[in-house]
Design a protein around this ligand. Structure first.
Ligand code: MSP
Length: 636
């Protein structure tokens, strides 16, 4: 029997489209599933929508629509966003699904039979945005006025109605024993203490129904037409119904997946998942999930995202501007699982440029382009590496191992930090080896060794990036000539040139003046000005002139051979023969335009333009960096 890994996300209220916070919960679950799939597990990711209750009904009423019509309109936004973000959804559960409603009814009927449910009268405060009965411990008001909700801080309202109660208090000791025996049950570890304190403070029985007169939108309460199931008692059961609970035809499916190995949720809904949910499961005689991963909030401008503050970020706008995988990377790397984290576009762009374009993207581009230029595309991994290369690969292996442990602990930001140490190590190796200086056939063997070592190390590291950036790692696999599954295990590579994996983002916002009028006063734009965007289209690079040849039948032209580092070796024709003897230019570093369309000059294809400037007496001078820099360096 294969190993299974079942992971869930919270099911989202359908009162708004998905935002960056809901994307975060979902991406964390997807990374966990992909990581386990890589380890040979069969995986099941369940996400979906929480569609009943007062909050949804009120939103539908405000929109002047029937609840079901209102909800149905939102569903494509969720499904499409998750699809776009590469979330591998095994089952998308909706709490209005017939099978789910049946599962909830079955569960309540079992509890009724056992005597876990009794009728009573609720009198207390209720928070509709959180759909929570406010406990006395959460009351913040001391003057008798309606208290603010302890979770969201919004106003609560008084509620007094007949309802059914679940004997939560009867599970207090069993819950405390569970926490004591499973101190690792909640990740991060410190959160379990808050839960223990809450339960030790004494558990009151929990209302699990609402009067149909006030909340008509819900699952009918079994045996009492005047009541509907309380939305959290309904919603939490999605984790069971999604994998077949309550359906005799799906008993095998349910046994295959339940209990879940991981349940992802935000810190605002810990009590529901760490207190009520395990008690519900205990009452049903079912096993508890193996782990809860509780993440902090993403804050924008110092505040939790909310419609009223107008700081909600739409994941689709981010995907349009930056691509899906870079956004997944930034969520996994920049947002700490354990704490609240700030999110800003400046930081996102800075990380894309530094970590993705400069560190990883550049390494791939540099090594692959160089190998292609030196016609070393078919590479066999040797059985034995020389000492220095062995050391590099051992370092990379150790970092991958550390990343693996972090993945197992669901600490993705730390796993990625280990992998990026590996990328820096490979970059430093390539830089120190300077294979571009090893010209001529006598160096081919050594150059090949450097290339295969760098490629092999990159492939190892890339395997650990797949769960976070599956789509870009699939492209990288193609560039290396291996399929994604064997990334990190290949013995043969077939390299292919291609566009950069991570195009650099022009960080407009950081550079724009606070007040655009300021620039106008100091520098009037006129027809001769170009925009920074136009200038950024030029790719100016530094290269060393390694050969200067006279072009037969031309009095003006030199054919320059230029070592352009990661861009390989370029041939550039320059009409400067009248100004320089070959030895004046030989071995010099110069600046050249690297992205001019190639053109033939006296039958020689010229792949760029070397730049010169006239001095005071009309002689041309080569434009060079003031000090030696690595070839291929980009002017900025
Ligand atoms: N419907 C309930 C969950 C029921 S699960 C049986 C719910 N829905 S929600 O749409 O309000 O929130 C769902 C998840 O999104 C929660 O885990 C919440 O923490 C997360 N996020 C919502 N905003 C967030 C941020 N700004 N940052 C990170 N995650 C946050 O609660």
């Amino acid at each position: 029997m294969s190993k299974t890994f079942y992971v869930t996300t919270p099911i989202y209220y359908v009162t708004a489209k998905p935002h960056l916070g809901s994307l975060y919960s979902t991406v964390l679950a997807d990374i966990a599933a992909r990581w386990h799939r890589l380890q040979g597990y069969d995986t099941c990711l369940v996400t979906g929508t929480d569609e009943h209750g007062q909050k949804v009904a009120a939103a539908a009423a405000a929109a002047g629509k029937q609840p079901q019509v209102f909800i149905d309109e939102f569903i494509p936004a969720f499904r499409d966003t998750w699809k776009r973000y590469g979330i591998d959804v095994h089952h998308f559960i909706r709490t209005t699904d017939t099978a789910h409603k049946h599962a909830v009814t079955t569960w309540i009927q079992q509890l009724q039979r056992q005597g876990d449910i009794y009728q009573g009268q609720y009198a207390g405060f209720y928070c509709t945005p959180c759909e929570t009965f406010v406990t006395e411990k959460d009351h913040e008001s001391s003057d008798g006025s309606a208290p603010k909700c302890g979770s969201c801080g919004r106003a609560t309202s008084w509620m007094e109605e007949r309802c059914y109660f679940f004997r939560l208090s009867a599970y207090q000791e069993r819950l405390l024993a569970w926490y004591r025996e499973n101190p690792q049950w909640i990740v991060p570890g410190e959160r379990i203490q808050e839960v223990i304190s809450f339960v030790e403070g004494g558990l009151k029985d929990l209302a699990i129904s609402r009067s149909k007169a006030t909340v008509p939108w819900g699952i009918p309460f079994p045996g009492d037409e005047s009541q509907v199931v309380y939305v959290w008692a309904d919603a939490l059961n999605n984790y069971l119904s999604a994998v077949g609970y309550g359906d005799p035809n799906q008993a095998a499916e349910f046994a295959r997946w339940w209990p879940a190995q991981l349940q992802v949720l935000g810190k605002d809904i810990v009590r529901f998942h760490a207190v009520y949910w395990p008690a519900f499961l205990m009452a049903a005689g079912l096993a508890l999930p193996e782990r809860l991963l509780v993440h902090g909030w993403i804050k924008v401008g110092g505040e939790k995202m909310s419609k009223s503050l107008g700081n909600v970020i739409d994941p689709n706008n981010l995907a349009d501007a930056y691509g899906v995988d870079p956004v997944r990377y930034v969520l996994a790397k920049a947002i700490s699982v354990s704490h609240d984290s700030s999110f800003s576009i400046e930081d996102l762009e800075q990380r894309i440029n530094a970590d993705l374009a400069d560190d990883l993207g550049n390494l791939v581009q540099r090594v692959v382009s160089f190998a292609v230029a030196r016609k070393m595309t078919a590479l066999h991994v040797p059985d034995v590496f020389p000492a220095e290369e062995m050391l590099l690969l051992a370092d990379v292996e150790a970092l991958c191992q550390a990343a693996s442990e972090e993945y197992d602990a669901y600490m993705y930001h730390r796993a990625l930090a280990e992998i990026w140490k590996g990328i820096a190590r490979v970059n430093a190796y390539v830089h120190a080896q300077e294979p571009w200086k090893l010209r001529g056939a006598e160096h081919d063997e050594r150059v090949r060794m450097i290339v295969v070592t760098a490629v092999h190390a990159m492939a190892h590291l890339a395997r650990y990036i797949i769960p976070v950036m599956p789509e870009r790692m699939a492209i990288l696999s193609q560039r290396l000539g291996v399929n994604s599954e064997s990334l990190g295990f290949a013995r043969v590579y077939a390299l292919q040139a291609g566009a950069p994996l991570f195009p650099k983002i022009e960080q407009k916002k950081a550079e724009e003046p606070m007040n655009p009028a300021e620039t106008k006063s100091t520098q009037q734009a006129d027809a001769s000005c170009i925009t920074i965007d136009t200038f950024a289209q030029s790719d100016l690079r530094v290269g060393t002139i390694t050969a200067v040849d006279i072009v037969p039948k031309s009095e003006k032209l030199y054919k320059l051979t230029v070592d352009a580092g990661e861009l390989g070796v370029r041939t550039i024709c320059s009409g400067v023969r009248a100004h320089f003897a070959p030895e004046d230019l030989l071995g010099k570093q110069g600046v050249f335009v690297a992205n001019l369309a190639p053109r033939a000059m006296m039958g020689i294809p010229s792949q760029g333009m070397m730049l010169f400037v006239e001095d005071a007496i009309g002689r041309l001078q080569l434009v060079s960096p003031a000090a030696s820099v690595p070839n291929g360096g980009r002017l900025r």
